[in-house]
Design a protein around this ligand. Structure first.
Ligand code: NDP
Length: 246
């Protein structure tokens, strides 16, 4: 497991947006960031799930979060501008952005891969993080220490048969992260990195490996050290890297 013990209050006074915050790793990351003092903006497509995370954060006494419902599969550039406007109006700042939402699509050989599914996966996993980053970059650049964290995968730098659009989208995610990291290097205080969570006990993992016993896998809670590390200032000046959660 990635070794890092986050100090209490690591993320105090920081505003952090998490995509796909209603379930799986994103849900746990949002609650963990709030636990360490961040004001968390919960973005996702299923409002009821986001409300549950909101309630959990509030009842634990962590900083009051905010909810922005958005379906990344159908969102257009204007919607991302609206996200930026809401954050500017409500908080006036943004210090962290966790691109966590992801779509697995269907596993199968390329010659049988459904083009519509291909486009959906690329839209959620690649185009949406690009458009969201683009809209939020002006706000992030105003932060004294901004961290943008992308989510890759074990199939994000080595292709694997049958992983189709998902694998290709994670290569693109790493590319997007590197381009951003290089562009902002020396220009702003925006750092950009990616996490490869490794096999983790979530709904996505279970749909990719239905025969696997989920109890043999780490929970999202167990992989949080690297998520905290990259979002806080202890990881300064790491930029353009992919870190493994374990
Ligand atoms: P889950 O499927 O458990 O959660 C994915 C989250 O993304 C959900 O909250 C989901 O929302 C949200 N999401 C999906 N599509 C959209 C959309 N169109 N608009 C907005 N939100 C959307 O996945 P994990 O927690 O397992 O995965 C999190 C990230 O980690 C992903 O990027 C994944 O690729 C990556 N990853 C996961 C691994 C694992 O073993 N679990 C291994 C390697 C990488 P909703 O709840 O409404 O469906």
């Amino acid at each position: 497991m990635f070794e890092y013990q986050a100090p209490e209050g690591l993320l105090e006074n920081r505003v952090i947006l998490v995509t796909g915050a209603g379930d799986g790793i994103g849900r746990t990351a949002a609650i963990t960031y709030a636990q360490y003092g961040a004001t968390v903006v919960l973005l996702g497509r299923t409002t009821e799930k986001l409300e549950q995370v909101y309630d959990e954060i509030e009842s634990a006494g962590y900083p009051q979060p905010a909810i922005i419902p958005l379906n990344l599969e159908v969102a257009v550039p204007h919607d991302y501008d609206t996200v930026a406007e809401i954050i500017t109006r409500e908080f006036g700042r943004l210090d962290g952005l966790l691109h966590n939402a992801g779509l697995l699509g269907r596993l199968g050989p390329l010659h049988q891969y459904d083009p519509e599914t291909w486009q959906q996966v690329m839209q959620v996993n690649v185009n949406a993080p690009f458009m969201l980053t683009r809209a939020l970059l002006p706000l992030l650049r105003e932060s004294s220490d901004a961290s943008v964290v992308f989510t890759s995968s074990g199939v994000g730098n080595k292709g694997r048969a049958h992983w189709g659009a998902y694998s290709v989208s994670k290569f693109a995610t790493e590319g997007l992260m590197q381009v951003l990291a290089d562009e902002e290097d020396g220009l702003s205080r925006v750092r950009s990195n990616a996490i490869n969570p490794g096999a983790t006990q979530t709904t996505m993992r279970a749909s990719a490996y239905p025969a696997e016993n989920p109890d043999t896998l780490p929970t999202p809670e167990e992989i949080m050290p690297v998520y905290l590390y990259l979002m806080g200032q202890d990881s300064h000046p790491i930029n353009g890297q992919v870190l493994k959660a374990r």
